[in-house]
Design a protein around this ligand. Structure first.
Ligand code: SF4
Length: 397
Protein backbone atom coordinates (compact mmCIF):
# COMPACT_ATOMS: atom_id res chain seq x y z
CA UNK A 1 0.00 0.00 0.00
CA UNK A 2 1.49 3.39 -0.95
CA UNK A 3 2.68 5.45 1.98
CA UNK A 4 1.98 8.77 0.30
CA UNK A 5 -1.55 10.05 0.13
CA UNK A 6 -2.38 12.15 -2.87
CA UNK A 7 -3.80 15.65 -2.85
CA UNK A 8 -7.17 15.94 -1.23
CA UNK A 9 -9.51 18.67 -0.06
CA UNK A 10 -8.80 20.85 2.98
CA UNK A 11 -11.46 18.94 4.91
CA UNK A 12 -9.38 15.78 4.98
CA UNK A 13 -8.14 15.76 8.57
CA UNK A 14 -11.22 17.12 10.30
CA UNK A 15 -12.89 14.62 12.59
CA UNK A 16 -16.48 15.46 11.91
CA UNK A 17 -19.62 14.60 13.73
CA UNK A 18 -22.11 14.22 10.91
CA UNK A 19 -25.72 14.42 12.09
CA UNK A 20 -27.80 12.43 9.69
CA UNK A 21 -31.42 11.35 9.66
CA UNK A 22 -32.27 8.26 11.65
CA UNK A 23 -30.94 5.07 10.06
CA UNK A 24 -33.47 3.11 8.05
CA UNK A 25 -31.79 -0.26 8.65
CA UNK A 26 -31.17 -2.42 11.72
CA UNK A 27 -28.99 -5.48 12.27
CA UNK A 28 -29.55 -7.74 15.29
CA UNK A 29 -26.95 -10.35 16.21
CA UNK A 30 -28.23 -13.54 17.84
CA UNK A 31 -25.12 -15.36 19.07
CA UNK A 32 -26.45 -18.85 19.80
CA UNK A 33 -25.35 -21.98 17.90
CA UNK A 34 -25.63 -25.68 18.52
CA UNK A 35 -21.86 -26.01 18.32
CA UNK A 36 -19.01 -24.04 16.78
CA UNK A 37 -18.21 -25.04 13.18
CA UNK A 38 -14.50 -25.55 12.62
CA UNK A 39 -14.10 -22.58 10.28
CA UNK A 40 -16.21 -20.08 12.22
CA UNK A 41 -14.77 -17.07 14.02
CA UNK A 42 -18.04 -15.19 14.57
CA UNK A 43 -19.14 -13.96 17.95
CA UNK A 44 -21.17 -16.96 19.06
CA UNK A 45 -22.10 -19.03 22.12
CA UNK A 46 -22.16 -22.76 21.42
CA UNK A 47 -24.40 -25.03 23.47
CA UNK A 48 -25.51 -22.26 25.89
CA UNK A 49 -29.22 -22.07 25.16
CA UNK A 50 -29.72 -21.51 28.89
CA UNK A 51 -28.49 -17.94 28.31
CA UNK A 52 -31.15 -17.06 25.72
CA UNK A 53 -33.59 -15.42 28.22
CA UNK A 54 -30.76 -13.29 29.65
CA UNK A 55 -29.65 -12.34 26.13
CA UNK A 56 -33.19 -11.25 25.23
CA UNK A 57 -33.44 -9.06 28.34
CA UNK A 58 -30.11 -7.44 27.49
CA UNK A 59 -31.12 -6.91 23.87
CA UNK A 60 -34.32 -5.19 24.95
CA UNK A 61 -32.33 -2.90 27.26
CA UNK A 62 -29.68 -2.15 24.66
CA UNK A 63 -32.25 -1.11 22.06
CA UNK A 64 -34.31 0.94 24.59
CA UNK A 65 -31.27 2.91 25.67
CA UNK A 66 -30.07 3.60 22.16
CA UNK A 67 -33.48 5.03 21.17
CA UNK A 68 -34.40 6.86 24.38
CA UNK A 69 -33.87 10.27 22.71
CA UNK A 70 -36.60 9.50 20.15
CA UNK A 71 -40.28 10.21 20.72
CA UNK A 72 -41.60 7.74 18.15
CA UNK A 73 -40.29 4.27 17.25
CA UNK A 74 -38.13 4.64 14.13
CA UNK A 75 -39.47 3.33 10.84
CA UNK A 76 -37.22 0.92 8.94
CA UNK A 77 -36.75 -0.15 5.35
CA UNK A 78 -34.70 -3.21 6.31
CA UNK A 79 -34.35 -5.36 9.40
CA UNK A 80 -31.83 -8.20 9.44
CA UNK A 81 -31.62 -10.79 12.22
CA UNK A 82 -28.38 -12.71 11.85
CA UNK A 83 -25.99 -14.77 13.90
CA UNK A 84 -25.12 -17.22 15.09
CA UNK A 85 -28.24 -19.20 14.46
CA UNK A 86 -31.36 -17.15 15.20
CA UNK A 87 -33.52 -20.16 14.39
CA UNK A 88 -31.99 -22.07 17.29
CA UNK A 89 -34.37 -20.10 19.49
CA UNK A 90 -37.52 -21.98 20.47
CA UNK A 91 -40.94 -20.88 19.30
CA UNK A 92 -41.58 -18.82 22.45
CA UNK A 93 -38.07 -17.33 22.38
CA UNK A 94 -38.49 -16.32 18.75
CA UNK A 95 -41.83 -14.74 19.63
CA UNK A 96 -40.17 -12.84 22.45
CA UNK A 97 -37.33 -11.69 20.17
CA UNK A 98 -39.72 -10.39 17.50
CA UNK A 99 -41.96 -8.76 20.13
CA UNK A 100 -38.93 -6.86 21.42
CA UNK A 101 -38.05 -5.72 17.92
CA UNK A 102 -41.58 -4.56 17.15
CA UNK A 103 -41.83 -2.78 20.50
CA UNK A 104 -38.95 -0.57 19.38
CA UNK A 105 -39.23 -0.36 15.60
CA UNK A 106 -41.88 -0.05 12.89
CA UNK A 107 -41.40 -1.47 9.42
CA UNK A 108 -42.46 0.23 6.21
CA UNK A 109 -45.17 -1.82 4.46
CA UNK A 110 -42.66 -2.91 1.80
CA UNK A 111 -39.74 -3.34 4.21
CA UNK A 112 -37.33 -6.25 3.86
CA UNK A 113 -37.29 -8.36 7.03
CA UNK A 114 -34.56 -11.02 6.80
CA UNK A 115 -33.59 -13.80 9.15
CA UNK A 116 -30.60 -16.12 8.89
CA UNK A 117 -31.65 -19.72 9.29
CA UNK A 118 -29.91 -23.03 9.61
CA UNK A 119 -31.61 -25.98 7.87
CA UNK A 120 -30.83 -28.02 10.97
CA UNK A 121 -33.73 -27.54 13.40
CA UNK A 122 -35.83 -25.30 11.17
CA UNK A 123 -39.02 -27.04 12.25
CA UNK A 124 -42.53 -26.30 10.95
CA UNK A 125 -43.21 -24.51 14.20
CA UNK A 126 -40.26 -22.18 13.80
CA UNK A 127 -41.06 -21.57 10.14
CA UNK A 128 -44.59 -20.56 11.14
CA UNK A 129 -43.36 -18.06 13.73
CA UNK A 130 -41.10 -16.46 11.13
CA UNK A 131 -43.97 -16.11 8.68
CA UNK A 132 -46.43 -14.89 11.36
CA UNK A 133 -44.12 -12.06 12.36
CA UNK A 134 -43.73 -10.92 8.77
CA UNK A 135 -40.27 -12.27 7.96
CA UNK A 136 -40.18 -12.00 4.18
CA UNK A 137 -36.63 -13.07 3.38
CA UNK A 138 -34.62 -16.05 4.63
CA UNK A 139 -30.91 -16.48 4.27
CA UNK A 140 -30.51 -20.25 4.49
CA UNK A 141 -27.10 -21.63 5.51
CA UNK A 142 -26.94 -24.54 3.06
CA UNK A 143 -23.15 -24.44 2.44
CA UNK A 144 -23.06 -27.56 0.24
CA UNK A 145 -25.13 -30.33 -1.31
CA UNK A 146 -22.26 -32.79 -0.82
CA UNK A 147 -22.71 -34.79 2.39
CA UNK A 148 -18.93 -35.24 2.76
CA UNK A 149 -18.29 -31.52 2.46
CA UNK A 150 -21.03 -30.77 4.99
CA UNK A 151 -19.41 -33.19 7.40
CA UNK A 152 -16.04 -31.49 6.93
CA UNK A 153 -17.68 -28.14 7.67
CA UNK A 154 -19.17 -29.60 10.90
CA UNK A 155 -22.70 -28.99 9.64
CA UNK A 156 -25.35 -31.33 10.96
CA UNK A 157 -27.88 -31.14 8.13
CA UNK A 158 -27.95 -33.29 5.01
CA UNK A 159 -28.60 -32.30 1.37
CA UNK A 160 -31.99 -34.02 1.66
CA UNK A 161 -32.92 -31.82 4.67
CA UNK A 162 -32.19 -28.72 2.63
CA UNK A 163 -34.46 -29.74 -0.24
CA UNK A 164 -37.28 -30.62 2.15
CA UNK A 165 -36.93 -27.40 4.17
CA UNK A 166 -36.67 -25.27 1.05
CA UNK A 167 -39.87 -26.70 -0.36
CA UNK A 168 -41.82 -26.17 2.88
CA UNK A 169 -40.41 -22.74 3.60
CA UNK A 170 -40.87 -21.33 0.12
CA UNK A 171 -44.65 -21.84 0.41
CA UNK A 172 -44.69 -19.30 3.27
CA UNK A 173 -41.64 -17.15 2.54
CA UNK A 174 -40.80 -17.23 -1.17
CA UNK A 175 -37.77 -14.93 -0.99
CA UNK A 176 -35.02 -17.37 0.01
CA UNK A 177 -31.30 -16.89 -0.38
CA UNK A 178 -29.04 -19.95 -0.33
CA UNK A 179 -25.59 -19.49 1.21
CA UNK A 180 -22.90 -21.72 -0.27
CA UNK A 181 -19.22 -22.27 0.49
CA UNK A 182 -16.57 -23.29 -2.00
CA UNK A 183 -12.87 -24.03 -1.69
CA UNK A 184 -13.41 -26.46 1.21
CA UNK A 185 -10.42 -28.74 1.90
CA UNK A 186 -10.87 -31.93 -0.08
CA UNK A 187 -13.70 -30.50 -2.18
CA UNK A 188 -13.34 -31.32 -5.86
CA UNK A 189 -14.39 -29.13 -8.74
CA UNK A 190 -17.07 -31.73 -9.57
CA UNK A 191 -18.47 -31.58 -6.02
CA UNK A 192 -18.77 -27.80 -6.32
CA UNK A 193 -20.43 -28.14 -9.73
CA UNK A 194 -22.98 -30.55 -8.27
CA UNK A 195 -23.67 -28.22 -5.33
CA UNK A 196 -24.28 -25.25 -7.58
CA UNK A 197 -26.45 -27.29 -9.96
CA UNK A 198 -28.61 -28.47 -7.07
CA UNK A 199 -28.88 -24.95 -5.66
CA UNK A 200 -29.96 -23.56 -9.04
CA UNK A 201 -32.44 -26.42 -9.48
CA UNK A 202 -34.33 -25.15 -6.42
CA UNK A 203 -34.72 -21.82 -8.23
CA UNK A 204 -34.06 -19.54 -5.22
CA UNK A 205 -34.40 -15.78 -5.56
CA UNK A 206 -30.83 -15.25 -4.40
CA UNK A 207 -27.55 -17.14 -4.03
CA UNK A 208 -24.51 -16.09 -2.00
CA UNK A 209 -21.24 -17.98 -2.35
CA UNK A 210 -18.17 -17.53 -0.23
CA UNK A 211 -14.69 -18.97 -0.49
CA UNK A 212 -13.71 -20.74 2.72
CA UNK A 213 -11.26 -18.67 4.71
CA UNK A 214 -8.97 -19.83 7.48
CA UNK A 215 -9.30 -17.43 10.40
CA UNK A 216 -6.79 -17.35 13.22
CA UNK A 217 -8.11 -18.99 16.36
CA UNK A 218 -10.45 -21.40 14.57
CA UNK A 219 -10.15 -25.18 14.65
CA UNK A 220 -9.52 -25.13 10.88
CA UNK A 221 -6.59 -22.75 11.38
CA UNK A 222 -5.00 -25.12 13.90
CA UNK A 223 -5.65 -28.19 11.77
CA UNK A 224 -4.10 -26.50 8.74
CA UNK A 225 -1.00 -25.52 10.71
CA UNK A 226 -0.62 -29.16 11.83
CA UNK A 227 -1.01 -30.38 8.26
CA UNK A 228 -4.31 -32.10 9.06
CA UNK A 229 -6.24 -29.92 6.62
CA UNK A 230 -4.91 -28.99 3.22
CA UNK A 231 -6.14 -25.74 1.74
CA UNK A 232 -7.31 -26.03 -1.85
CA UNK A 233 -5.02 -24.57 -4.50
CA UNK A 234 -5.69 -20.91 -5.36
CA UNK A 235 -6.08 -21.91 -9.00
CA UNK A 236 -8.89 -24.36 -8.13
CA UNK A 237 -10.64 -21.76 -5.99
CA UNK A 238 -10.50 -19.22 -8.83
CA UNK A 239 -11.78 -21.82 -11.29
CA UNK A 240 -14.71 -22.63 -8.98
CA UNK A 241 -15.57 -18.94 -8.62
CA UNK A 242 -15.33 -18.09 -12.29
CA UNK A 243 -17.26 -21.16 -13.39
CA UNK A 244 -20.03 -20.33 -10.89
CA UNK A 245 -20.30 -16.76 -12.16
CA UNK A 246 -20.88 -18.04 -15.69
CA UNK A 247 -23.37 -20.69 -14.58
CA UNK A 248 -25.40 -18.28 -12.50
CA UNK A 249 -25.39 -15.70 -15.25
CA UNK A 250 -26.66 -18.23 -17.78
CA UNK A 251 -29.50 -19.14 -15.38
CA UNK A 252 -30.79 -15.59 -14.97
CA UNK A 253 -28.91 -14.50 -11.86
CA UNK A 254 -27.07 -11.23 -11.99
CA UNK A 255 -23.97 -10.71 -9.91
CA UNK A 256 -24.40 -7.46 -8.04
CA UNK A 257 -21.65 -7.98 -5.46
CA UNK A 258 -18.47 -10.06 -5.31
CA UNK A 259 -20.25 -12.95 -3.58
CA UNK A 260 -23.92 -12.23 -4.26
CA UNK A 261 -26.23 -13.12 -7.14
CA UNK A 262 -29.92 -12.46 -7.52
CA UNK A 263 -32.90 -12.80 -9.79
CA UNK A 264 -34.06 -9.38 -11.09
CA UNK A 265 -34.98 -6.98 -8.25
CA UNK A 266 -34.22 -9.60 -5.58
CA UNK A 267 -30.95 -8.11 -4.31
CA UNK A 268 -30.53 -8.01 -0.53
CA UNK A 269 -31.68 -4.47 0.24
CA UNK A 270 -30.15 -4.65 3.70
CA UNK A 271 -26.69 -5.51 2.43
CA UNK A 272 -26.99 -2.93 -0.33
CA UNK A 273 -27.51 -0.33 2.41
CA UNK A 274 -24.05 -1.27 3.80
CA UNK A 275 -22.37 -1.16 0.40
CA UNK A 276 -23.95 2.18 -0.42
CA UNK A 277 -22.63 3.70 2.80
CA UNK A 278 -26.01 4.29 4.43
CA UNK A 279 -26.28 4.46 8.20
CA UNK A 280 -27.64 1.60 10.28
CA UNK A 281 -28.14 0.59 13.89
CA UNK A 282 -26.88 -2.74 15.18
CA UNK A 283 -27.44 -4.64 18.41
CA UNK A 284 -26.09 -7.73 20.13
CA UNK A 285 -22.58 -9.02 20.90
CA UNK A 286 -20.00 -8.03 18.31
CA UNK A 287 -22.54 -6.01 16.31
CA UNK A 288 -21.15 -3.02 14.45
CA UNK A 289 -23.22 0.07 13.60
CA UNK A 290 -22.68 3.21 11.56
CA UNK A 291 -24.56 6.25 12.81
CA UNK A 292 -23.85 9.98 12.35
CA UNK A 293 -20.53 9.25 10.65
CA UNK A 294 -19.30 7.11 13.56
CA UNK A 295 -18.67 3.38 13.42
CA UNK A 296 -18.91 1.63 16.77
CA UNK A 297 -18.70 -2.06 17.58
CA UNK A 298 -20.03 -3.89 20.61
CA UNK A 299 -17.85 -6.17 22.69
CA UNK A 300 -17.71 -9.51 20.92
CA UNK A 301 -17.89 -11.56 24.10
CA UNK A 302 -21.57 -12.26 24.77
CA UNK A 303 -20.82 -12.38 28.52
CA UNK A 304 -19.10 -8.99 28.55
CA UNK A 305 -21.85 -7.54 26.36
CA UNK A 306 -24.56 -8.77 28.76
CA UNK A 307 -22.68 -7.75 31.92
CA UNK A 308 -22.06 -4.24 30.63
CA UNK A 309 -25.69 -3.76 29.69
CA UNK A 310 -26.90 -5.18 33.00
CA UNK A 311 -24.58 -2.78 34.85
CA UNK A 312 -25.96 0.17 32.88
CA UNK A 313 -22.68 0.58 30.96
CA UNK A 314 -22.17 0.94 27.23
CA UNK A 315 -21.61 -2.39 25.40
CA UNK A 316 -19.43 -0.58 22.83
CA UNK A 317 -15.85 -1.84 22.65
CA UNK A 318 -14.51 -0.03 19.60
CA UNK A 319 -15.44 3.49 18.71
CA UNK A 320 -14.19 4.90 15.41
CA UNK A 321 -14.93 8.51 14.57
CA UNK A 322 -13.60 8.84 11.06
CA UNK A 323 -12.42 12.08 9.52
CA UNK A 324 -13.80 12.86 6.09
CA UNK A 325 -10.83 11.38 4.23
CA UNK A 326 -11.01 8.11 6.20
CA UNK A 327 -14.75 8.08 5.68
CA UNK A 328 -14.40 8.59 1.92
CA UNK A 329 -11.77 5.87 1.64
CA UNK A 330 -13.90 3.46 3.64
CA UNK A 331 -16.97 4.24 1.55
CA UNK A 332 -15.01 3.60 -1.64
CA UNK A 333 -13.45 0.35 -0.35
CA UNK A 334 -16.81 -1.04 0.81
CA UNK A 335 -18.68 0.37 -2.17
CA UNK A 336 -16.39 -1.31 -4.69
CA UNK A 337 -17.75 -4.67 -3.58
CA UNK A 338 -21.03 -3.51 -5.12
CA UNK A 339 -20.39 -4.25 -8.78
CA UNK A 340 -22.38 -1.43 -10.40
CA UNK A 341 -19.60 0.68 -8.90
CA UNK A 342 -19.03 3.66 -6.66
CA UNK A 343 -20.72 6.81 -7.89
CA UNK A 344 -18.36 9.74 -7.79
CA UNK A 345 -21.16 12.17 -6.97
CA UNK A 346 -22.24 10.11 -3.95
CA UNK A 347 -18.77 10.15 -2.40
CA UNK A 348 -18.51 13.87 -2.97
CA UNK A 349 -21.95 14.49 -1.45
CA UNK A 350 -21.29 12.29 1.58
CA UNK A 351 -17.73 13.39 2.34
CA UNK A 352 -16.78 16.43 0.27
CA UNK A 353 -13.98 14.47 -1.43
CA UNK A 354 -13.57 13.83 -5.13
CA UNK A 355 -12.50 10.28 -5.87
CA UNK A 356 -10.03 11.21 -8.61
CA UNK A 357 -8.25 13.71 -6.38
CA UNK A 358 -8.41 11.65 -3.19
CA UNK A 359 -7.11 8.43 -4.72
CA UNK A 360 -4.81 10.08 -7.28
CA UNK A 361 -1.88 7.73 -7.94
CA UNK A 362 -3.59 4.76 -6.28
CA UNK A 363 -6.41 5.00 -8.80
CA UNK A 364 -3.94 5.21 -11.69
CA UNK A 365 -2.10 2.11 -10.37
CA UNK A 366 -5.30 0.14 -9.92
CA UNK A 367 -6.42 1.01 -13.44
CA UNK A 368 -3.01 0.11 -14.88
CA UNK A 369 -3.19 -3.29 -13.18
CA UNK A 370 -6.58 -3.78 -14.83
CA UNK A 371 -8.45 -4.13 -11.52
CA UNK A 372 -10.50 -0.92 -11.68
CA UNK A 373 -12.24 0.80 -14.55
CA UNK A 374 -13.37 4.39 -14.49
CA UNK A 375 -16.27 6.04 -16.28
CA UNK A 376 -17.41 9.63 -16.15
CA UNK A 377 -19.81 8.80 -13.31
CA UNK A 378 -18.22 5.99 -11.31
CA UNK A 379 -15.33 3.64 -10.62
CA UNK A 380 -15.86 -0.12 -10.46
CA UNK A 381 -14.07 -3.45 -10.29
CA UNK A 382 -13.23 -5.18 -13.56
CA UNK A 383 -13.77 -8.93 -13.98
CA UNK A 384 -10.15 -9.46 -12.97
CA UNK A 385 -10.51 -6.96 -10.14
CA UNK A 386 -13.21 -9.16 -8.56
CA UNK A 387 -10.46 -11.71 -7.86
CA UNK A 388 -8.37 -9.09 -6.05
CA UNK A 389 -11.12 -7.22 -4.22
CA UNK A 390 -9.33 -7.46 -0.85
CA UNK A 391 -6.10 -6.15 -2.32
CA UNK A 392 -7.99 -3.29 -3.97
CA UNK A 393 -9.66 -2.43 -0.64
CA UNK A 394 -6.25 -2.39 1.10
CA UNK A 395 -4.91 -0.04 -1.54
CA UNK A 396 -7.87 2.31 -1.18
CA UNK A 397 -7.90 2.34 2.63
S1 SF4 B 1 -23.70 -22.22 12.37
FE1 SF4 B 1 -22.77 -20.41 11.41
S2 SF4 B 1 -22.47 -18.95 13.06
FE2 SF4 B 1 -22.87 -20.94 14.02
S3 SF4 B 1 -20.84 -21.79 14.38
FE3 SF4 B 1 -21.50 -22.57 12.40
S4 SF4 B 1 -20.68 -21.06 10.90
FE4 SF4 B 1 -20.60 -20.12 12.94
Amino acid sequence: MPQQRSESTPMESEAVSIKTANPRSVYVHVPFCLQRCGYCDFSILAGRDDLIPRYLESLDLEISRSLEHLIQPPVLDTLFVGGGTPTLLSRSELEKLFSILFKHFRLEPDAEFSVEANPDGLTDERQQVLAQFGVNRISLGVQSFDAEVLKRLDRKHTPENVIEIFEQLSKMIPNISLDLIYGVPGQSFESWQETLHQAIALDPAHISMYALTFEKGTAFWTQRSKGQLIQVEDSLEVRMYQWAIEQLKSRGYSQYEISNFSKPSMESRHNCAYWLGQSYWAYGPGASRFVDGVRSTNHRSSFTWMKRIEAGDSPVDIFDELNTEQRARELIAIGLRYLPGVEKSRIEEQTGHRIEILLGKELVNLKERGWIEETKLCIRLTSEGKLFADAVACEVI
